[in-house]
Design a protein around this ligand. Sequence first.
Ligand code: ASP
Length: 440
Amino acid sequence: MLLTYGSILVSIVIFVFLHNLNKKKVNFGVRVLISMFMGITMGAIFKNNILIIEPIGKIFVSLIKMVVIPLIVTSLISSITSLESPQQLKKIGLKTLVLLLSTTGIAAAIGILVANVMNLGNGIQFAKDTSFQVKEIPAFSKILIDMIPKNPLASMVEGKIIPVIIFSLFVSVGIIIEDSKKTEAIKPIKDFINSFAQVMFSITKIIINLAPYGVFALMSATAAKNGIATLIPLVKVIVAMYIASVLHMILTYGSLLTFVAKVNPIKFFKKLYPAQVVAFTTQSSYGTLPVTLKTLTNRLMISDKIASFVAPIGTNVGMNGGGGIYPAIVAIFVANVFKIELSFSHYLLLVTTTVIGSIGIAGVPGAATIASTVVLSNLGLPIEGLAMVLGIDVIMDMVRTMINVTGASVAAFLVANSEDEFDRVKFNNDDKENYNLKLA
Ligand code: ASP
């Protein structure tokens, strides 16, 4: 009891401290980083007693989720209706899918490589977890059919991004067609949607400002719940996931940014950082979306049009971490635990199924488990093996989500660059004022 009161008291002191940092105009990213480390420390010290402040983290996550759907619908429609032509839309759409899916394939290959080099799963005994239930895998055709919104309002209520995007695209195309015929008649709806989007941006700003407090509560709860005991036997799997993620960031994103977009990748990552931290701590790329959008437009200097089109799709298609690296690592781990020999053609199949399986994963915590189930069953590997890594899923999910958000942002950045929708001068401008450009 005493420890619970103690943890409340310390948390209040930390909140006041974080508030003061804000008043002193300390950079947003620095404040979030401080709150993250303080959260981990408090979780380790107070253990489960700190869980009393977990609701603050949950409220923060709910608040960002609150704006996701209205923000996407309005910002997508208002952006698309500013596009010159439906052809432009087709071109951007194709580029987006190619980028998201090809980077997922590369991510899976890196996962396979790291898992093999580290010989994951060898020497580990299969431990049966009776609470594990094999989830039913939806057929690929069903995934495709489910992407079409048969009831757009229901899709919005259920927070299904792809159907919502498709509906918004239809509305946008309708507006563009009608606009070319009778501009006056269409003006009210365009104005309404533009103003609505403005209001949603404003709400997003308010919520993002709460990030340091939410992140502190989320991190302390995560650190408290995942004590050392759950980690030790599977440390190697965690290390493999983190190494593969770092490699993917450096090799894949690093080269795409350097050679294709021709920007300094370090500068890119420094600017993307607020979105990465929120992704890491909330484990939901869907929930991070408002922050991702703001980061893309306000810090990475790409147009609203491209950001609001590519980033939401990236929370459901080709997620590099959860749809690429992770299922590949799990597959190698399970094969080794069950002493199943994999050949080169298995690896090719693994990369292909990973890419296909990465279409339509939801950007919510733990979603990669489903992608992994699809991959394991396609390869004929025992799905029960997945149960062994479920205990460490949160720790894996953090880095997975961070990579998912990074991948979507890199894709958005590259599309923007190729469409001349990226302000290179502002991006490169290093004077402090601009570099620290407030996220909110
Ligand atoms: N939590 C991840 C996301 O929201 C999905 C996953 O990797 O499980 O992007």
